[in-house]
Every structure is written in structure tokens, then in C-alpha cells.
Design a protein around this ligand. Sequence first.
Ligand SMILES: Cc1ncc(COP(=O)(O)O)c(C=O)c1O
Length: 388
Amino acid sequence: MAMQTFAGDPGAFRRFDLNRVPSPCFVVDETRLEANLRILADVQARSGATVLCALKAFSMWELAPLVRRYLAGVCASGLWEARLGREQYGGLVETFSPGYKVDEMDEIIRLSDQIVFNTAAAKDRFLPRIRGSGKAVRVGLRFNPGLAVGDDPKYDAAAPGSRLGTPLEHIDAAALQGVDGLHMHTLCEQDLAPLLAIWNHIAPRIRELAPQLQWINFGGGHHITRSDYDRAGLIAFLQRVNAETGLHCYLEPGEAVALDAGILVGEVLDLVENDGLNAVLDVSATCHMPDVLEAPYRPALLNEGGQTRVRLGGPSCLAGDVIGRYAFADAPEIGTRVAFLDQAHYSMVKTTTFNGVRLPALAIWNSETDTLRVIRQFDYQDYRGRLS
Ligand SMILES: Cc1ncc(COP(=O)(O)O)c(C=O)c1O
């Protein structure tokens, strides 16, 4: 796959002084986050659907009260996210995992309002535990629509051979016993058209199954807060599905919640001349932005531009811990601060301490009032505590 560069929208970060925070540091602009949340709340209100925040993408729980003000709840990928959702966010907690551990299920039942299973067999295994708990928990089954509409199979749960979701054609009356809703998730950073294509593909079967069901969840991957996303079309689509099938619709975006809401600030630690200039940063692709290597993609750099080309890389031992080559007006010096755009989602949640590299601090900035709070700094104990 070609190395993609995402433009990223610097927004108010254009005027943020990078020296105001320790380095490295994730800085989230709560004003931008709230703007995204307003858009999602508007979709929720006008469509009649329920919109949940996918914690796997963005779970900076200090901002949970803000998220909760706009969205109905969260979707969790398993026990720990369900617990974070219940303890910090409140509202509706939906849990989906492709594989549940037997010894975690009772706590998941206690924490969740809605539990989605990947297969009918898993549902049958755990349904007696749910019923036995005496708690009214909605039960969902994840289906695989069988139509791959993504560019990269790594990010398309409907790609051939996928383990994610039961193929729709295998979902019969027995599979639906004890189930009140269906769930799918196959999109990734997509506009409305791929969702409509999937719906056209699955609608005949969903209409047949709908009388036995109460809800359908269209997962995440909808880039709803991107400026060119067809939000009116999405609202009309959700209303139409509800009108045609009687099913209540759910969406569970993650990336769209925190799109362009955060940066990762770093600084230059050393410079190496080798086939051009290399700068060693205290920000690492492998430790702090693993999607840069996994996707791969080249994150946009705040205020990039100029004639000097510099390869930016991390302090780890991995030769490939290279973030990308960037243009600078002046050659960076030791101590020069840099910031990568659009790092609030899927970076903060994925960091590691490989090589004992320091975890970025966490800060919240309000671009309207200019208030800044460094809410967490990590130290040796955090690294040591993950090992034994
Ligand atoms: C089941 C499920 N729901 C929601 C999401 C959130 O997707 P996104 O952050 O792309 O909106 C994901 C992402 O992988 C997912 O697997």
C-alpha cells in the first residue's frame, strides 16, 4: 500500500505555543472536540438514532463529562473499556468483543446494557449467564455483510476470510434466538456512499429478519465530522432504515469524535547527516504513533513548509522508527519543537514503552479561553509497573 499522507486540519493549533507543554505531549483542544460532538449530537437528534463513542479510538476519560453531554454512551471492546465506560462516562455501555473470556463475562454483564456476540455459538454459550443474572441486558449478534468496500483489507472487516462477524447468510432463526439486535462494523474513515452500498446489499435479508428484532447497529468508520461528509444523507438514511424496518439505529464512531482534535508535540534530541538530514525526536512512530508504521501513513506536521527536507524519526532502536520526511523553513536545531496533527484518536490509546521510551504527557487546551491543563505525566514507575 502506498504511503498515504493525511492533510490534517491544524485548526486553532496554528497559534498554540508548543513550548507550553512538556515534551513529548498529546494536546487535545476541547473546543474542537466539542465541535465534533455537537455535529454527532445533531445527527443523533435529527435521525432518531443513538450515537455511542467508541472508546477504542478515544478514551481520554478526563473529557468523559464533555463526551457524555452530547452522546448517549460508549461502545467498549471488552471488560476494561466497559469498566471505564461505566465508571467514567455513564450512559449506555455496549460491549462487543470477537472473543469473550469465560471468567470475565459476569462482570461484563454487570457493566453493560447491551452485549454483542460475534457468533451464535458464543451467544448460546453466554446467554444462560445473562438470563441468570436477572439483569435486563440487550443481546446483539454481529453479522458480516459480505461486501468489502474498503481500500485495504487490513481495515475492512468484510474482506474475504474475515473472523469479524457471522456471514449474514448464516444468520437464521436459531442464530437469532435470544437476540434482539444486529450489529455490523466494516467501514473505516468512509463517507456515506459505502454505507449505502452495503445497505443495498443487505437490505432484503435485514427486512426479512427485522420482525424478530428491535435494533441495528451500523458500527463505526463513518467520517461524520469531516467537513465534506454528507450528513444530511446519513440522517435521511437512518430515518429510512427505521421507517422501513422498525429497527432503532445505532452508530458507534470513534475517529469522528476526536477528528483533528489533538496533536502530538515532540522535540529534536539530535541530528544525523546521512543521505540528507535526520532528526532524532523524543516522539517515536513505533511507541507513540504505531499506525504510522502499521497503516502505513505519514502524519501531517504542524506548520510544514520550506526548502529544507528533514527525516524525522524516533529514539528507539528500530531502524524503521521513521515518521516521515518533512519540509522545514530552517534546519531544525536541538530542542526545536514539532507537532504531528490529528493524533487524538488511535495514538494515545496505542502507546507502548518499548525501549523504555517515555510515554507522552496528556494535556487539554481550550482554544477559546487559551486555558491549558497538563493532566498526566508519566514516569519510570509507569514503565516499571507494566513489567515484573
Ligand atoms: C466494532 C467497532 N465499532 C466501532 C469502531 C470505531 O471505528 P472508527 O473509529 O473508525 O469510527 C471500531 C473500530 O475498529 C470497531 O471495531
